[in-house]
Design a protein around this ligand. Structure first.
Ligand code: AQP
Length: 333
């Protein structure tokens, strides 16, 4: 039996190296495996949980599609679509929000981080974000969900919601309980300016992240300016406990070089950081620059990107409609 893969990316601009190494690179490998049926969703309903500029949203959706394709996802093999065009997502989210418990949502750390001290002013959508994410996944009988480490808790909630729905309505295995696919190492890429914060789209400083649309000079400049410390490169993994920024850069190097952290440490031990940064820049330019160029090329052909979405919406809709009809029947509508 083939695996059913589903994952989403928010069209909130500034797609970055964290999104790429934590999620999109993995999507490409899954797309290339013939055992998998993959669905990659541009989650525009999730995006509006934080205020978006309506004039930019549509183009951000196209840019996300362009990033998927430029990174190597083949729209003929995988379904690529935007969430707001398939109404079943919103309908399922409402029904599942009547199954999910307040206590479960109250534990979600992403809401706490994003809402911060302004919790009372945060949107209800931001709070119930993980329920919509559960709806996305469960509508497609997803078996595996490739995500970055920051989404692990939301996925656990999705599993709880599926199990409670199946128990409450006595429909054994009707909602497929999905498995997370999270890389064991380097599943959370950190900011180039602060090794304790994850690399993020919404961080104000552009120097904190490598954008997937950055050119060679921008990439080199950002690595040159990335925060480090005056010590030489470490000789041992345990030397990295207090050196979060160097650990992050070595993690990025290892990811791109397909090596583990220990092997990367062996290559550079005792050397100057500048020498390491130069090698890291070269690797980054080799991986990201072709993607960046391809994104820009694809963005010139808006009708091609819109066609990918249109085809994807048709396919996603036909799957999701069947599932939501059954869900409605089960709850008694
Ligand atoms: N820093 C990261 N390291 C590894 N994986 C990451 N992901 C995001 N940041 C990192 C993974 O990328 C996928 C898509 O993320 P998203 O766009 O849906 O949402 P996000 O996690 O909210 O992204 P950002 O960049 O962190 O945006 P803001 O600034 O709005 O908070 C997910 O699989 C995610 O795990």
């Amino acid at each position: 039996m083939s695996n059913k893969i589903f994952s989403g990316v928010q069209p909130t601009g500034n797609l970055h190296l964290g999104n790429y190494l934590g999620a999109i690179k993995n999507f490409v490998e899954l797309n290339n495996d013939t055992n998998n049926n993959c669905i990659f969703c541009v989650v525009d309903l999730h995006a509006i949980t934080i205020k978006q500029d309506p004039n930019k949203l549509k183009n951000n959706v196209r840019e996300t599609v362009a990033t998927f394709v430029a990174s190597g996802i083949d729209p003929k093999k995988s379904i690529i679509f935007n969430q707001s065009s398939v109404a079943a997502h919103s309908e399922a989210a409402w029904i599942l929000s009547c199954v999910a418990r307040m206590g479960w949502l109250n534990r979600m750390t992403q809401f706490k981080e994003k809402a911060g001290k302004e919790k009372e002013k945060a949107s209800i959508g931001l709070y119930s974000y993980p329920v919509l994410m559960a709806a996305d996944i469960l509508l497609y009988d997803t078996t595996h969900v490739p995500v970055g480490d920051d989404q692990k808790q939301h996925l656990e909630l999705c599993r709880d919601i599926a199990q409670k729905f199946n128990n409450d309505f006595k429909v054994d295995n009707f909602l497929q309980v999905p498995e997370p696919l999270i890389q064991k190492e380097f599943s959370r890429i950190m900011s180039l300016k602060d090794g304790s914060k994850k690399m993020s789209k919404s961080e104000l400083s552009d120097l904190s992240r490598i954008n997937l649309t950055d050119d060679q000079d921008q990439i080199k400049n950002k690595i040159k300016k990335a925060k480090t410390d005056p010590m030489p490169m470490p000789k041992d993994i345990k030397d990295l406990d207090e050196r979060l920024e160097v650990k992050n850069l070595l993690g990025i190097y290892s990811c791109l070089n397909n090596t583990n952290l220990q092997d990367s440490i062996e290559i550079f031990k005792g050397k100057n950081l500048s020498e390491f940064k130069e090698k890291l820049s070269d690797l980054l330019v080799a991986e990201i620059d072709p993607i960046s160029k391809e994104i820009k090329k694809l963005l010139e052909d808006k009708s091609y990107l819109d066609k990918i979405l249109l085809d994807g919406v048709e396919k996603a809709n036909s799957i999701a409609l069947k599932k939501i009809d059954r869900i409605k029947e089960i709850v008694g509508f």
